[in-house]
Ligand binder design. Structure first.
Ligand code: AMP
Length: 434
């Protein structure tokens, strides 16, 4: 029989292979530590939500809703559903549904896959992961600064450098409306310089024109009316306090008056963390209108979402030799009755907290040794018939031998003392915490 045709994974949706796991582990541990440190609690919402949630929550005239959502009709009941392109809408839906704000503000975080039908390229995928925080029920600006500090601590915890903070204020709806009217008038005056996208957005969402990547429009956009000039005293005071608190906490930032963020629900503070290549790792801000927009009792909110793949890439650059680590022990055995003892031996070692691979599938000692070596294990335990008859096994250092790397060192150890012997040997050689 010939080989069946291979089925490839979906374009833009990546496998995370075990060799990458060490970076994910490191990242997830850092996230958990930092979230605990700021009193944020995890919330897990479904990957699928009603399409209407995103249309209303993200905004009809946005790239995401216009052309990037994986939306479908559930063939079994006709429901209109969408794979979540982001998580804030889902979290807010859950908060409203379970009345989580009944007893005051909530600090929440989430992690999980998001789905956007974008053109795949480096740092841009169709399934990607985000970690996000939502600080709900607090008017800020202290809460705004808290979520920024939390992000800053995460970079520190991961040892990431070269990530800069950009901030801006989007003001309130009436201020944006005045700015919007001025923008429309300005762009209408220069209509002949607008590309197709910009012409289409001119009346629906002129703010998004400022976000254009089209080089031909940069000069036009640069000279457009600035929202900052339309902010009233309250919005300005909020923004000034954000800046003061950031400075007081020694967080460096740059005001980027062109920072608008892609989604409709932001107001007042918006911010982005950007790496040396200008790639945004994390974006967020305040979105006070959203909870009411989704049918909840009006309550203020702010938060951020970071792209996990982009942060992991940064981590890889900063720590290229985080390299995969192997298990503690690989058990090699002669099979048959000895195999049974080997099984029990492996279980006892696991009881002691060791990470153990038991050789499966038989084979010569030589081929088993090759597997043991390839596994990255620290020790091989060799269970042969004669030794076992004496209640003993051999232990061989595969790496990290105290008498020198590569030096063969093998000892005979009583089975009953094996777990203690290995734990002691590990602690003695590098103080390993088991
Ligand atoms: P957004 O919800 O668009 O503000 O995205 C927040 C963060 O998620 C961005 O700053 C990126 O780091 C990351 N992100 C957004 N879209 C993608 C994507 N298609 N692929 C990978 N990461 C993404």
């Amino acid at each position: 029989m010939g080989k069946a045709e291979r089925i490839q994974g979906v374009r833009g949706m990546n496998d995370v292979l075990p060799t990458d796991e060490v970076y994910w582990d490191r990242f997830e541990e850092a996230v958990a530590t930092v979230m605990r440190g700021y009193g944020y609690r995890r919330i897990r919402t479904p990957i699928v939500e009603p399409t209407a949630l995103f249309v209303r929550g993200i905004g009809e005239v946005t790239d995401i809703v216009e052309k990037e959502m994986y939306s479908f009709t559930d063939a079994l009941n006709g429901d209109e559903l969408t794979l979540r392109p982001e998580s804030t809408a889902g979290v807010v839906r859950a908060v409203i549904e379970h009345n989580l704000l009944y007893d005051g503000p909530k600090r929440l975080w989430y992690q999980g896959p998001m789905f956007r039908h974008e053109r795949p390229q480096k740092g841009r995928y169709r399934q990607f992961n985000q970690v996000g925080v939502e600080a709900l029920g607090m008017t800020g600006p202290d809460a705004d600064v808290e979520v920024i500090l939390l992000g800053n601590r995460l970079w520190d915890e991961l040892g990431l450098g070269g990530i800069r903070l950009e901030i801006n204020s989007l003001g309130q709806a009436d201020e944006r409306n005045a700015h919007r009217a001025a923008l429309i008038a300005y762009f209408e005056e220069h209509r002949e310089q607008l590309d197709g996208d910009a012409q289409r957005r001119l009346h629906a969402n002129p703010l998004r024109i400022l976000d254009t990547k089209n080089p031909a429009m940069q000069a036009l956009v640069e000279a457009a009316p600035r929202l900052g000039d339309f902010l009233g005293p309250e919005s300005l005071a909020h923004f000034t306090e954000v800046q003061r608190l950031l400075a007081a906490n020694k967080v460096e930032f740059r005001i980027n008056p062109r920072l608008v963020r892609g989604l409709d629900y932001y107001n007042l503070t918006v911010f982005e963390w950007v790496n040396e290549d200008g790639l945004t790792l994390c974006g967020g801000g305040r979105y006070d209108p959203l909870i009411a927009m989704l049918g909840g009792n009006p309550a203020p909110a702010c938060g951020f979402a970071l792209g996990v793949e982009r942060v992991l890439e940064q981590l890889r650059r900063n720590a290229p030799d985080l390299g995969a680590t192997g298990c503690d022990v690989y058990v090699i055995h002669a099979g048959g009755a000895v195999g049974e003892v080997a099984f029990q031996t492996a279980e006892r070692l696991r009881d002691a907290g060791l990470e153990v691979i038991l050789h499966c599938g038989g084979g010569s000692f030589k081929s088993q040794f090759r597997r043991a070596d390839a596994s990255g294990a620290r020790f091989a335990v060799i269970a042969g018939e004669d030794e076992l008859a004496r209640g003993e096994v051999s232990v061989k250092w595969l790496r990290g031998s105290p008498i020198g790397e590569g030096a063969a060192r093998q000892e005979t150890v009583a089975l009953a003392a094996l777990a203690d012997w290995i734990v002691d040997a590990m602690v003695a050689s590098d103080g390993a915490d088991i």
